[in-house]
Design a protein around this ligand. Structure first.
Ligand SMILES: C[S@@+](CC[C@H](N)C(=O)[O-])C[C@H]1O[C@@H](n2cnc3c(N)ncnc32)[C@H](O)[C@@H]1O
Length: 417
């Protein structure tokens, strides 16, 4: 979407003609502008390639440009609201849905959150990765910026009960099946997790704003279908969220001696309350108790040995490569460094003492997060003397459960003769 998007007064005759044909627009719901019936997923995938160099530069520098455009204030204000409103702790898991060029992901990573950005466009994801790789140093004492990006359509997100918050900045209007999309996002959040949506509101029928959207769809073949504010609230509730609120932004500088200003703010506030206004900021929570109840099905994995103990590389230590495969439905987050955040998955070798209790031999970390159906190779290290006994290797959800407690089987490695 171009920076001028919601402000431009497009007077193109093509758009006018398209408005006349509004009856032929495909409706995706009463509360949204219809599409032109085109392949908009393809439009989004090809969007960056079709941009002139100036447009691509904007994606790399967003929200800054020289001179600045109106998006600078919109982005920076929204970012401040997101951080304040969510009030997340260090390494909180944040999902940036439709991350585009990743400016929001970058800023969230600079706050020490653990960010996952997804976007349907490979090109956007590439720009987002580049931005984060260019953060020059640690973002806090001993804290590296942490942001991962995946090119995928929103409805194909695999995660379950993972994110503390999902942020959607200027992106919901591109998603055609809003109910299903919101359900996928709901599933990806931890119970009690927050969704934060910031969108332009649907312009009035026949307005110049609507013409601009139709023109945008015609030119870029993308889906530009913003929401009527009341419809957005309705669909967020219907998807299963609770504590659903529409918020109004009131931050601006006003002269203290201009007594009309409080009334202007008041009027704007009541316009928003009445379901009007040009911005939709909606926040909501995933209800507690909505977590998928079958932990065992979500967290199951296979551990396979990739060889025998290596007893010659390091004095006093035996090493073994294993491959772990995520056979469940939940994402396995990884983490470096101790203490591990709750919920991170690690590999835990142990022996059994005479009382049958676990004698733990330390932990190995996953080299990266592991999605359902994928694998990672991990080097397990144990003290040499431990391998005189049978060594068991299990997976652990730190602070929550061992996989064997959820019905899984540890890898059993025979004593070294
Ligand atoms: C207007 S841009 C905003 C991007 C970003 N949030 C920002 O503030 O710069 C919307 C993004 O949504 C992405 N998008 C469109 N349809 C999508 C889908 N079905 N799944 C995931 N991303 C999608 C587009 O590729 C685009 O990068």
């Amino acid at each position: 979407m171009s920076p001028e998007y919601y402000r431009s007064a497009v007077r193109s005759s093509v758009a006018r003609q398209a408005v006349r044909k509004l009856g032929r627009l495909r409706r995706s719901g009463d509360g949204r502008l219809g599409s032109l019936g085109h392949d908009f997923d393809r439009g989004h995938r090809e969007y960056v390639k079709k941009l002139p160099e100036g447009g691509r530069l904007w994606l790399r520098t967003k929200p800054f440009s020289a001179p600045p455009n109106f998006e600078l204030a919109a982005c920076l204000r929204t970012f401040a609201h997101v951080v304040d409103h969510l009030g997340l702790g260090l390494r909180a898991q944040v999902l940036d849905v439709g991350c585009g060029p990743g400016w929001m992901s970058e800023y969230l990573a600079r706050c020490g959150y653990w960010v996952t950005g997804i976007d349907i466009s490979e090109d956007m994801v590439e720009i987002a990765r580049l931005r984060v790789s260019r953060i020059p140093e640690q973002v806090g004492d001993g804290i590296e910026p942490l942001a991962e990006f995946d090119a995928m359509p929103v409805r194909e997100m695999p995660w379950i009960d993972r994110f503390d918050a999902a942020v959607l900045y200027d992106t919901m209007h591109h998603f055609d099946d809003e109910l299903e999309t919101l359900r996928v996002i709901l599933r990806s959040l931890v119970p009690g997790g927050t969704i934060y949506i910031r969108e332009g509101a649907r312009p009035a029928e026949g307005s110049e704003g609507e013409q601009a959207l139709i023109e945008e769809m015609r030119v870029h073949r993308t889906l530009e279908s913003p929401f009527d504010p009341r419809y957005l609230l309705k669909v967020v509730r219907k998807a299963g969220f609770e504590d659903v609120h529409r918020l109004v932004e009131v931050d601006e500088l006003v002269p203290v001696d201009d007594l009309r200003q409080p009334f202007n703010a008041f009027t704007r506030f009541f316009r928003y309350r009445g379901g009007r206004g040009d911005i939709n900021t909606v926040v909501a929570r995933k209800p507690i108790g909505l977590e998928i109840p079958t932990e065992a099905a979500n967290f199951t994995g296979r551990i396979e040995s990739l060889g025998l103990w290596d007893d010659s590389s390091e004095p006093g230590v035996h090493l073994m490569w294993v491959e772990v495969t995520n056979e469940g439905r939940a994402f396995w987050p990884s983490a470096k460094g101790f203490p591990f955040p709750s919920g991170v998955v690690t590999i835990a070798p142990y022996t059994l003492d005479e009382a049958g209790e676990r004698a733990e031999l330390g932990r190995s970390t996953l080299p990266h997060g592991v999605s359902p159906g994928t694998s990672a190779r991990v080097l397990v290290r144990v003290p040499s003397e431990a391998t005189r006994n049978e060594v068991r290797i299990d997976l652990v959800r730190e602070g929550l459960a061992w996989f064997s407690e959820l019905g899984g089987q540890p890898l059993v490695v025979s004593p070294k003769g």
